[in-house]
Design a protein around this ligand. Structure first.
Ligand code: CUA
Length: 160
């Protein structure tokens, strides 16, 4: 079979691009710690008010300084707000929604998960830089979606 010279160039160029794009995806997934959702836990969104954990969303700091943060998303706010956590400690977020699908993104970090009614999203992250972070909803959830923002305060613990 005779393949024209220019056609060969284009075939090679397309192949190189495909390999390049896949490599970029794999590299950024590894370097930025991008994970697919892997935590399957269901919850009844209608009974959140009486749920032992999600009826009292908040921060629970363990003796070693790590913390569990339970957050409920609801049109158009996050509870609790603000969220205060220690720096340089593993922080486990447990998220769900009381109504529709919301996003939970700590801007400037790779803390980013969906809040899905009926499910608990969970991930663990460490914040190295103390300061104030904006939490944004990045799933369109209604007319005031753009106003659904919260605050995360990362505090440096005393040196011990
Ligand atoms: Cu909540 Cu958009």
């Amino acid at each position: 079979m005779n393949v024209e010279f220019y056609e060969k160039i284009w075939m090679w160029a397309a192949s190189v691009l495909l390999v390049l794009f896949v490599a970029i995806m794999l590299l950024t997934a590894a370097s930025e710690a991008v994970h697919p959702p892997s935590h399957l836990e269901t919850i009844n969104p209608k009974t959140l008010r009486t749920h032992p954990e999600f009826s009292k969303p908040g921060v629970t700091v363990r003796p070693d300084g790590s913390a569990v943060v339970t957050v409920v998303g609801e049109m158009y706010s996050f509870t609790p707000d603000p969220i205060e956590v220690p720096a340089n400690r593993p922080i486990t977020f447990r998220l769900t929604s009381a109504d529709v699908m919301h996003g939970f993104e700590v801007v400037g970090t790779n803390a980013n998960a969906m809040m899905i009614p009926g499910y608990v999203s969970q991930f663990t992250i460490m914040f190295k830089r103390p300061g104030e972070y904006v939490i944004g909803c990045n799933e369109y959830c209604g007319i005031m979606h753009h106003g659904m923002v919260g605050k995360l305060i990362v505090k440096q613990l005393g040196v011990r």
